[in-house]
Design a binder for this molecule. Structure first.
Ligand code: IPD
Ligand code: CA
Ligand code: CA
Length: 257
Protein backbone atom coordinates (compact mmCIF):
# COMPACT_ATOMS: atom_id res chain seq x y z
CA UNK A 1 0.00 0.00 0.00
CA UNK A 2 1.27 3.48 -0.86
CA UNK A 3 1.74 6.05 1.87
CA UNK A 4 -1.29 8.12 0.86
CA UNK A 5 -3.66 5.11 0.85
CA UNK A 6 -2.26 4.01 4.19
CA UNK A 7 -2.78 7.50 5.61
CA UNK A 8 -6.42 7.57 4.43
CA UNK A 9 -7.07 4.17 5.99
CA UNK A 10 -5.39 5.13 9.28
CA UNK A 11 -7.04 8.54 9.63
CA UNK A 12 -10.46 7.03 8.82
CA UNK A 13 -9.94 4.44 11.57
CA UNK A 14 -8.82 7.14 14.00
CA UNK A 15 -11.86 9.28 13.15
CA UNK A 16 -14.27 6.40 13.78
CA UNK A 17 -12.67 5.74 17.18
CA UNK A 18 -12.93 9.42 18.14
CA UNK A 19 -16.56 9.72 17.05
CA UNK A 20 -17.40 6.73 19.24
CA UNK A 21 -15.35 8.04 22.17
CA UNK A 22 -16.68 9.74 25.28
CA UNK A 23 -14.44 11.85 27.51
CA UNK A 24 -14.68 10.67 31.10
CA UNK A 25 -13.59 12.30 34.34
CA UNK A 26 -9.88 11.63 34.66
CA UNK A 27 -9.31 11.51 30.88
CA UNK A 28 -8.23 15.17 30.71
CA UNK A 29 -4.89 16.53 31.91
CA UNK A 30 -3.15 19.92 31.75
CA UNK A 31 0.11 20.08 29.80
CA UNK A 32 1.74 23.53 30.13
CA UNK A 33 -1.24 24.98 32.00
CA UNK A 34 -5.02 25.15 32.26
CA UNK A 35 -5.42 26.35 28.64
CA UNK A 36 -3.42 23.45 27.22
CA UNK A 37 -5.24 20.13 27.45
CA UNK A 38 -4.38 16.58 26.56
CA UNK A 39 -6.75 13.63 26.88
CA UNK A 40 -6.48 9.87 26.89
CA UNK A 41 -7.86 10.06 23.32
CA UNK A 42 -5.07 12.33 22.00
CA UNK A 43 -2.52 9.73 23.06
CA UNK A 44 -4.63 6.78 21.92
CA UNK A 45 -5.06 8.32 18.46
CA UNK A 46 -1.41 9.24 17.99
CA UNK A 47 -0.39 5.73 19.03
CA UNK A 48 -2.88 4.20 16.59
CA UNK A 49 -1.52 6.33 13.73
CA UNK A 50 2.12 5.65 14.65
CA UNK A 51 1.49 1.90 14.77
CA UNK A 52 -0.19 1.85 11.35
CA UNK A 53 2.52 3.97 9.71
CA UNK A 54 5.52 2.27 11.29
CA UNK A 55 4.22 -1.23 10.55
CA UNK A 56 4.21 -0.37 6.84
CA UNK A 57 7.12 2.11 6.74
CA UNK A 58 9.40 1.36 9.70
CA UNK A 59 12.13 3.86 8.71
CA UNK A 60 9.87 6.87 8.27
CA UNK A 61 10.19 9.75 10.70
CA UNK A 62 7.21 10.64 12.86
CA UNK A 63 6.85 14.06 14.44
CA UNK A 64 3.70 14.04 16.54
CA UNK A 65 2.41 16.25 19.29
CA UNK A 66 2.13 13.77 22.12
CA UNK A 67 5.25 11.56 21.81
CA UNK A 68 8.93 12.25 21.10
CA UNK A 69 9.99 12.22 17.42
CA UNK A 70 11.08 8.84 16.07
CA UNK A 71 12.68 7.38 12.93
CA UNK A 72 15.71 8.00 10.76
CA UNK A 73 14.40 8.20 7.19
CA UNK A 74 13.83 11.21 4.93
CA UNK A 75 10.05 10.86 4.69
CA UNK A 76 8.47 12.63 7.65
CA UNK A 77 4.92 12.40 8.94
CA UNK A 78 3.67 15.36 11.00
CA UNK A 79 0.77 14.20 13.15
CA UNK A 80 -1.68 16.10 15.29
CA UNK A 81 -3.93 13.37 16.72
CA UNK A 82 -6.55 15.90 17.84
CA UNK A 83 -6.27 19.50 16.70
CA UNK A 84 -8.79 21.37 18.79
CA UNK A 85 -8.63 19.31 21.98
CA UNK A 86 -10.59 21.94 23.91
CA UNK A 87 -13.41 21.62 21.34
CA UNK A 88 -13.18 17.82 21.58
CA UNK A 89 -13.59 18.00 25.37
CA UNK A 90 -16.28 20.71 25.48
CA UNK A 91 -18.27 20.24 22.28
CA UNK A 92 -17.33 16.89 20.77
CA UNK A 93 -17.16 18.70 17.42
CA UNK A 94 -14.88 21.17 15.58
CA UNK A 95 -11.78 19.07 16.04
CA UNK A 96 -9.55 17.36 13.47
CA UNK A 97 -6.96 14.69 12.93
CA UNK A 98 -4.11 16.11 10.87
CA UNK A 99 -1.44 14.19 8.94
CA UNK A 100 1.11 15.92 6.74
CA UNK A 101 3.70 13.89 4.82
CA UNK A 102 6.88 15.62 3.63
CA UNK A 103 9.97 14.47 1.77
CA UNK A 104 12.53 16.71 3.45
CA UNK A 105 11.22 20.20 2.70
CA UNK A 106 9.01 19.04 -0.20
CA UNK A 107 5.32 18.54 0.49
CA UNK A 108 3.95 15.12 -0.50
CA UNK A 109 0.38 15.08 0.80
CA UNK A 110 -1.80 16.46 3.57
CA UNK A 111 -4.94 15.07 5.21
CA UNK A 112 -7.14 16.94 7.68
CA UNK A 113 -10.19 15.04 8.87
CA UNK A 114 -13.01 17.10 10.38
CA UNK A 115 -13.99 14.17 12.53
CA UNK A 116 -17.61 14.85 13.41
CA UNK A 117 -18.57 16.19 9.97
CA UNK A 118 -16.74 13.27 8.33
CA UNK A 119 -15.22 15.82 5.97
CA UNK A 120 -11.80 14.73 4.70
CA UNK A 121 -9.71 17.62 3.40
CA UNK A 122 -6.82 16.33 1.35
CA UNK A 123 -4.24 17.30 -1.20
CA UNK A 124 -1.34 15.72 -3.03
CA UNK A 125 1.33 18.00 -4.45
CA UNK A 126 0.32 19.23 -7.93
CA UNK A 127 -3.02 17.35 -7.82
CA UNK A 128 -5.26 20.01 -6.32
CA UNK A 129 -7.07 20.21 -3.00
CA UNK A 130 -10.26 18.39 -2.13
CA UNK A 131 -12.89 17.92 0.55
CA UNK A 132 -14.11 14.35 0.11
CA UNK A 133 -14.84 14.37 -3.66
CA UNK A 134 -15.27 18.13 -4.08
CA UNK A 135 -12.45 20.23 -5.51
CA UNK A 136 -11.46 23.17 -3.29
CA UNK A 137 -10.65 26.70 -4.38
CA UNK A 138 -9.85 29.80 -2.36
CA UNK A 139 -12.04 32.89 -2.74
CA UNK A 140 -11.39 35.55 -5.39
CA UNK A 141 -11.88 38.48 -2.99
CA UNK A 142 -9.32 41.28 -3.26
CA UNK A 143 -10.68 44.00 -0.95
CA UNK A 144 -9.87 43.55 2.76
CA UNK A 145 -13.23 45.13 3.63
CA UNK A 146 -14.93 42.11 2.02
CA UNK A 147 -12.85 39.51 3.82
CA UNK A 148 -13.42 37.15 6.71
CA UNK A 149 -10.44 36.59 8.99
CA UNK A 150 -10.14 33.48 11.10
CA UNK A 151 -7.86 33.03 14.11
CA UNK A 152 -7.81 30.06 16.49
CA UNK A 153 -6.96 31.94 19.68
CA UNK A 154 -8.82 35.19 20.32
CA UNK A 155 -7.13 35.59 23.69
CA UNK A 156 -3.54 35.39 22.54
CA UNK A 157 -4.09 37.02 19.12
CA UNK A 158 -5.94 40.13 20.31
CA UNK A 159 -6.01 40.28 24.12
CA UNK A 160 -2.69 39.09 25.51
CA UNK A 161 0.24 41.48 25.36
CA UNK A 162 2.34 40.67 22.30
CA UNK A 163 4.43 42.53 19.69
CA UNK A 164 1.69 42.25 17.04
CA UNK A 165 -1.37 43.07 19.09
CA UNK A 166 -2.04 46.62 17.85
CA UNK A 167 -1.42 45.70 14.22
CA UNK A 168 -3.62 42.62 14.46
CA UNK A 169 -6.42 44.67 16.02
CA UNK A 170 -6.05 47.07 13.09
CA UNK A 171 -6.41 44.13 10.70
CA UNK A 172 -9.47 42.88 12.62
CA UNK A 173 -11.06 46.34 12.36
CA UNK A 174 -10.38 46.48 8.62
CA UNK A 175 -11.93 43.16 7.58
CA UNK A 176 -15.68 42.42 7.45
CA UNK A 177 -15.58 39.93 10.29
CA UNK A 178 -13.43 37.75 12.51
CA UNK A 179 -14.17 34.11 13.34
CA UNK A 180 -12.58 31.67 15.78
CA UNK A 181 -13.13 27.94 15.43
CA UNK A 182 -10.30 26.78 17.71
CA UNK A 183 -8.33 24.52 15.37
CA UNK A 184 -5.37 25.70 13.28
CA UNK A 185 -5.80 22.83 10.80
CA UNK A 186 -9.54 23.33 10.28
CA UNK A 187 -9.20 27.11 10.00
CA UNK A 188 -6.51 26.82 7.33
CA UNK A 189 -8.89 24.42 5.53
CA UNK A 190 -11.59 27.10 5.80
CA UNK A 191 -9.36 29.43 3.79
CA UNK A 192 -8.62 26.60 1.32
CA UNK A 193 -12.33 25.95 0.84
CA UNK A 194 -13.37 29.60 0.56
CA UNK A 195 -15.23 29.76 3.89
CA UNK A 196 -12.71 32.37 5.07
CA UNK A 197 -10.23 34.60 3.23
CA UNK A 198 -7.49 35.16 5.80
CA UNK A 199 -5.98 33.31 8.76
CA UNK A 200 -3.57 34.39 11.47
CA UNK A 201 -2.11 32.83 14.57
CA UNK A 202 0.83 33.79 16.76
CA UNK A 203 1.35 30.19 17.90
CA UNK A 204 1.52 27.16 15.71
CA UNK A 205 3.55 23.97 15.71
CA UNK A 206 4.62 21.83 12.74
CA UNK A 207 1.90 19.25 13.50
CA UNK A 208 -0.72 22.02 13.59
CA UNK A 209 -0.05 23.40 10.10
CA UNK A 210 2.09 21.00 8.03
CA UNK A 211 -0.88 19.10 6.58
CA UNK A 212 -3.29 22.01 6.07
CA UNK A 213 -0.65 24.25 4.45
CA UNK A 214 -0.36 21.70 1.60
CA UNK A 215 -4.16 21.74 1.18
CA UNK A 216 -4.19 25.53 1.24
CA UNK A 217 -1.50 25.98 -1.38
CA UNK A 218 -3.07 23.37 -3.66
CA UNK A 219 -6.34 25.34 -3.38
CA UNK A 220 -4.55 28.50 -4.55
CA UNK A 221 -3.78 30.12 -1.21
CA UNK A 222 -0.54 31.51 0.20
CA UNK A 223 1.11 31.20 3.60
CA UNK A 224 4.06 32.66 5.54
CA UNK A 225 4.88 33.96 9.03
CA UNK A 226 3.54 37.31 10.26
CA UNK A 227 6.89 38.89 9.32
CA UNK A 228 6.60 37.57 5.75
CA UNK A 229 9.26 34.89 6.19
CA UNK A 230 8.68 31.47 4.69
CA UNK A 231 7.12 29.03 7.09
CA UNK A 232 9.57 26.53 8.59
CA UNK A 233 8.79 22.81 8.38
CA UNK A 234 10.23 21.97 11.79
CA UNK A 235 9.89 25.04 14.01
CA UNK A 236 7.05 26.53 16.01
CA UNK A 237 6.03 29.76 14.37
CA UNK A 238 3.49 32.45 13.73
CA UNK A 239 1.31 31.82 10.66
CA UNK A 240 -0.39 34.20 8.25
CA UNK A 241 -2.41 32.82 5.34
CA UNK A 242 -4.49 34.38 2.59
CA UNK A 243 -6.46 33.50 -0.53
CA UNK A 244 -3.63 34.78 -2.78
CA UNK A 245 -0.02 35.93 -2.71
CA UNK A 246 -1.15 39.47 -3.55
CA UNK A 247 -3.53 39.60 -0.60
CA UNK A 248 -0.93 38.05 1.70
CA UNK A 249 1.42 40.87 0.70
CA UNK A 250 -1.37 43.38 1.27
CA UNK A 251 -1.89 42.13 4.83
CA UNK A 252 1.87 42.10 5.46
CA UNK A 253 2.10 45.75 4.47
CA UNK A 254 -0.86 46.63 6.70
CA UNK A 255 0.85 44.80 9.61
CA UNK A 256 4.14 46.60 9.07
CA UNK A 257 2.54 50.04 8.64
C1 IPD B 1 -4.30 24.00 19.33
C2 IPD B 1 -5.46 24.42 18.50
C3 IPD B 1 -5.84 25.81 18.92
C4 IPD B 1 -4.68 26.77 18.71
C5 IPD B 1 -3.45 26.30 19.44
C6 IPD B 1 -3.12 24.88 19.05
P1 IPD B 1 -4.37 21.45 20.09
O1 IPD B 1 -3.97 22.68 19.07
O2 IPD B 1 -5.18 24.38 17.10
O3 IPD B 1 -6.92 26.27 18.17
O4 IPD B 1 -5.05 28.02 19.17
O5 IPD B 1 -2.37 27.15 19.17
O6 IPD B 1 -2.01 24.44 19.80
O7 IPD B 1 -3.66 21.71 21.37
O8 IPD B 1 -5.83 21.45 20.22
O9 IPD B 1 -3.81 20.32 19.32
CA1 CA C 1 -2.87 21.27 17.44
CA1 CA D 1 -3.28 18.20 19.44
Amino acid sequence: MERFELAVKAITRAGAALRASRVKNGDVQFKTGYKDLVTYWDKYTEQLLRDEILTAFPNDVIVGEEYPPSGIGKLTWYIDPIDGTTNFVNQHRNYAVSIGCWDGDKPVFGLVLDVEREAMYWAKTNEGAWCNNTRLHVTQRTDLHDMLLTTPGVQYTFLDQNDWREQLIKLARTVRGVRCLGSVALELCEVASGEADLFVTLRSSPWDHNAARIILSEAGGAICTVTGASLSINEKSTVLAANSVENLNGVLSLLSD
